[in-house]
Write a protein that binds this ligand. Structure first.
Ligand code: HEC
Ligand SMILES: [Cu+2]
Length: 497
């Protein structure tokens, strides 16, 4: 009995010892634990979106010197559309800043001598009045310096907070600062920087030339453009994010606003992990769409298993397909047919009752998105340039229904090649593009009664796409100019039969 007790005791003590040794042994970073003392200094290496500075390997906080220049630049917002952006570092969004908890940041805000406005910076990573705004107010051709210790890890937005604050943000003055936790984030194969925001232009979406800021539209929260990384198409085509199958991706996503909340989604992917609202805890697994408030952020991680193109969108979906909030991840590598088979067949479906109707599935979302990178080129003057412009519009907005060579789909989408209906009446065709069409028509002897939605194109775009269509596929070769379109839009002519 007594002996037994003793054995139990000895066993218990040794078990405890083993456990505590093991615990010490396996404690992360045990050999080189994080020192909280500031040692040395370094210059921050800042990156432009979609790139992110390298992870920080050091095991101690340091003094980090950040140099950032505010500069006002006029450049492309969409093809043919220019805007005067106010920027941190010459691009929208501003440069990505990466520091580590405990770092002492010496911030030098330089305002370019070419600026017309004073600017400052409010970093959400700063604890202190205005997040640095009051200490960093900088006139053109001046530099302000202030320092702060980053106490809280997380992914934070920074922005200009000079009055009128809304206008400075609306013109592009925002970016992200990542404060890494003491214990580094787990390694991944790729990290990228994406920031959503809106632009409020005087002209409508697609109106070409230099666009001015519209205070009215901003106050009404009714943007003409919603974009990732500062312009339409900045993450599309050859500017897509690239990865290989089997790799892990971490996205640092910010929302500069100024007004809209993003419903961030990647078509065809599921976020394995989310650090909700850019905090330091993984608070969800297996998420389809995450919400990113204006002036907030999120960190998402996922592994890409299937090769192909994945479309980043704000799933408030008209913002994606009509205002620009589209990006792409192109994944190359081996197909895994068990994870995703691809299209296995495409049969004609004859509806249960009406045997005259046939349907075909359309991948128009994808087609539109894939083509959107090359759409909307501004018109030149020559007829060839107009046709080329029209061809791009055709590919992005008409092809999904009327098909590549205007052949249409039997019983569903009428043909545009040698279409007697089209060639008969130019004004009617213009009106159909402006207002859409929803009534029975006969094209080349075949009846159609479908819905063509209004095209949402401006006068110049309608003129170009119709000129292109008229020049193709045995059509009459008519030329449509934007004045004709303007007249019909003004009159609100209803499509007649
Ligand atoms: C979502 C599918 C869809 C898209 C996109 C679409 N159309 Fe149509 N279109 C139709 C349908 C359906 C009709 C027939 C409507 C009806 O029956 O009332 C039609 C009719 C027409 C007609 C008159 C009939 C004919 O064949 O001559 C023209 C012209 C036309 N579309 C041009 C265009 C052009 C140009 C674009 C691109 C800017 C476009 N459509 C985009 C579905 C579409
Ligand atoms: Cu500013």
């Amino acid at each position: 009995m007594k002996k037994n007790r003793l054995t139990e005791y000895v066993l218990a003590v040794s078990a405890l010892l083993v456990i505590s040794f093991a615990a010490i042994w396996f404690m992360p970073g045990c050999e080189e634990s994080y020192s909280r003392e500031i040692q040395g200094e370094e210059y921050a290496r800042l990156t432009y979106a979609p790139y992110v500075p390298m992870p920080i390997m050091r095991k101690h906080p340091t003094k980090v010197i950040v140099d950032l220049e505010t500069v006002e630049v006029t450049k492309r917002l969409a093809d043919g559309v220019e805007y005067t952006f106010w920027t941190f570092g010459g691009e929208v969004p501003g440069k990505f800043i990466r520091v580590k908890t405990g770092d002492l940041v010496e911030f030098n805000l330089h305002n370019s001598p070419s600026s017309k406005m004073p600017h400052n910076i409010d970093l959400h990573a700063v604890t202190g009045p205005g997040g640095g705004a009051a200490s960093s107010f900088t006139a053109p051709g001046h530099t302000s310096t202030f320092s702060f210790t980053v106490k809280n890890p997380g992914l934070y937005v920074y922005h200009c907070a000079t009055a009128p604050v809304g206008m400075h943000i609306a013109n592009g003055m925002y970016g992200l600062i990542l404060v890494e936790p003491e214990e580094a984030l787990p390694p991944v194969d790729h990290e990228f920087y994406i920031m959503q925001s809106e632009f409020y232009t005087e002209g409508k979406n697609g109106d070409s030339g230099l666009q001015l800021f519209s205070q009215d539209k901003a106050v009404n929260e009714n943007p003409e453009y919603v974009v990732f990384n500062g312009s339409v198409g900045s993450l599309v085509g050859d500017k897509s994010i690239k990865a290989k199958t089997g790799e892990t991706i971490r996205l640092y996503i910010g929302n500069g606003g100024p007004n809209l909340v993003s419903s961030f989604h990647v078509i065809g992917e599921i976020f394995d992990k989310i650090y909700g609202e850019g905090g330091t805890v993984v608070n969800q697994n297996n998420v389809q769409t995450t919400i990113i408030p204006a002036g907030g952020s999120a960190i998402v991680e996922f592994k890409v298993d299937v090769p192909g193109t994945y479309i980043l969108v704000d799933h408030s979906i008209f913002r994606a397909f009509n205002k620009g909030a589209i990006g792409m991840i192109q994944v190359s590598g081996e197909k895994d047919l068990a994870v995703y088979s691809g299209k296995q067949k495409d049969d004609i479906y004859v509806g249960p009752e009406n045997k005259e109707n046939t349907y075909t599935t359309l991948d128009s979302d994808l087609k539109q998105a894939e083509n959107s990178g090359e759409s909307n080129t501004n018109t030149g003057n020559s007829i060839d340039q107009i046709k080329a412009f029209g061809q791009n519009i055709y590919k992005t907005t008409c092809l999904a229904c009327h098909q590549a060579n205007g052949e249409g789909l039997p019983n569903v989408f009428p043909p545009l090649d040698k279409s007697d209906f089209l060639n008969q009446d130019k004004q009617r065709a213009i009106s159909i593009l402006i207002n859409g069409l929803q009534k029975p028509i006969t094209v080349n002897g075949k009846n159609f009664n479908g819905i063509m939605p209004p095209s949402n194109l401006n006068d110049e775009q309608i003129a170009a796409v119709l000129t292109y269509v008229y020049s193709q596929w045995g059509n009459s070769g008519k030329v449509v100019n934007k004045e004709e379109v303007g007249k019909i839009r003004g009159k609100k002519v209803v499509a007649s039969k």
